[in-house]
Design a protein around this ligand. Sequence first.
Ligand code: CP
Ligand code: NVA
Length: 338
Amino acid sequence: MVHFLHAPITRHWRLRPVRGHTKRDFLSLHDLTIVEFSDLLSFAAAVKEHPAAFRDALRGRCAALIFEKSSLRTRVTFEVGMAQLGGQAVYLSQADIALGKREAVKDVARNLARWVDVLVVRTFSHAILEEMAAQAHIPVINALSDLLHPCQAVADLLTLREHKGDLRGLRLAFVGDGSNNVAHALAEAAAKTGVHLTIATPRGFEPHAGIFAQARADAVLTGASLLVVYDPADAVHNADAVYTDVWTSMGQEKDAERRRKIFEPFRVNSYLMGLAKPDALFLHCLPAHRGEEVTDEVLDGLHSVVLEQAENRLHVHKALLLALVAESVVPTGIEGGR
Ligand code: CP
Ligand code: NVA
């Protein structure tokens, strides 16, 4: 095991296939052990600090980006990330390939696996991701599904760690839709790192029971706690960081009006932030619906780290691509480490 913050960097870090498999996928943070998650954070920090060392690590490699939904951050950071690692990316929108309509999901996956080295997939249904992972002999990365947004959560925890140091024992409040992909991935990430996460959400929007139960198993080992409350003030009181996301996720647009009414008391404004610790951070995965889940003064305020989260998506995606795709590549130019 390599701890990049404490030891010289001599090799890049890999997510090795588990027994009986030839490749590793990244569909959920639950797929990673607690140690692997910690090492991924450290590796992403190393990639961020030493970008030149990994410049050619994916030369000749190609990622297919299959996106059923819109994206700014995820698409650009995977495309730029592949370019910075010496490889390339092919972007395929739903208009291009009509996944599951023009062609069966398994046929798309099996064809692409003959030409490219990794599939980066944003879907509505999480089951499509699982099917692609089962059908392709190359790694599949979840670039967001209706259920989970694991890439986001890694960047979020990296951002928190950069500001607060040790993650263990930090108090994180998520205010908003507790049943969405970002909240779910955050619960998994908090549980793996010993972060105390309290989700404030309206009744009926509690997190997926299975995901929470899995995360709680990790929490027992790391000392994390995972709570659901119905009053935002209860979650934010004394928090080290406050996180929110849109009230209406992609694909739920028809329900937007009803959600606006239900979530009205869950807006993150200066009053709510005032209940957190004086140096509390504000996080948001973006895109934000300004004036809905968060006010401009909080989003643009001094405590907001949303652009750092967005930047860290790039470093985390590069680390993930290296961990899953590169083989036996020794980075250059950082002999001796720090
Ligand atoms: N946070 C995030 O995933 O942004 P995009 O939807 O723009 O990729
Ligand atoms: N919950 C949001 C996250 C966007 C990055 C959505 O799924 O639309």
